[in-house]
Ligand binder design. Sequence first.
Ligand SMILES: Cc1ncc(COP(=O)(O)O)c(C=O)c1O
Length: 352
Amino acid sequence: MALPLIHGGPDGGPEIRFDFSTNANALGPLPAVLDAINAASRRHYPDPAYTALRQLLGDWHGVDAARVLPAGSAGEFIWRITQWQALAQRSQGRALRVWTATQAYGEYAAAARAVAAQVLHWPLASRLPPDLQAGDLCWLTEPHSPSGTSLLPDLPVWLDAAERAGATLVLDLAYQPLRLDARHDSPLLDAASCSAWQLWSPNKACGLTGVRGAYAIAPVGAVEPAAALRAHAPSWVLGIEGQAMLEAFCGAAAQQELSAHRNKLAVLRDQMEAALTQRGWQWSAGVTPFALVRAPVAVEQAPLWLADLRSAGVKLRDATSFGLPGWARINAQPAPAQAALYEAWDTWGAKQ
Ligand SMILES: Cc1ncc(COP(=O)(O)O)c(C=O)c1O
């Protein structure tokens, strides 16, 4: 039986008052995006071809609209491209091989297992592409979650390796707009010349993860694969709210708001790192508002203290399902949430 996927955020338990467990922009929602969503008319179907949206996103990224694929969510696209690649391999009598980092977003492997693909792991620490073969599907999350680290300087090596092998490389850029190291519009990710698929999911940067909607950009020249993959989606795969979110996100107002949020998130993250390291926690450095942390708690006790925090309304993302028992992922949050976390931690310490 397939194991349920673990995610941050709501878990069916009591209300989470201070949620450090998702990577969403804690200062959101971006007002310009929320206004656009609220103004969107739900009375009509979206344009099934998403012509205007594709043009807008294409112009924003400097690519032809023919390379833009609206998606119901990043998760929906992950499942769609995996199924599409598995069908292509099956038609040649082969099983699909799917590569993910040793610690990676669980959806890549879940989608692969659902089509009986072989799941292979490349070691995150190596920074190098694995031994790719023709027909392989390879996922690279940039910046990476849960660690918040970046492989951006190594990207040319990855693009080259995938191209030479005839493998499909997908860059999951879910957290690229939230990166805090001033490389959020790096030329290394210029879609106009990129030979990999790019997957963008702005709901995290917007602070609106309840709104589902994302898009992919096909590699340069891959107009036919883009059309084929669009045809593998049901009609109206993206709802009106998601469409309004994507449209507003690439507007000047939302981008200015996001830029201001990034500056504040960097301050919050640094405050949290200082306060927690002072309490003896390990903080693993990265380029995002979220990071991996290890509290001074024995590995066997870690689930207990996370449950203790959770019962105090404070949630961190247990990193055990990423293969990192004892570690948790934590996202930058404003002062009241930080105060609740420090208090809950100090209370736990007093009980030991
Ligand atoms: C790396 C990564 N990609 C994709 C997603 C899913 O994005 P969406 O909300 O668009 O399904 C997540 C959500 O946690 C994620 O962490």
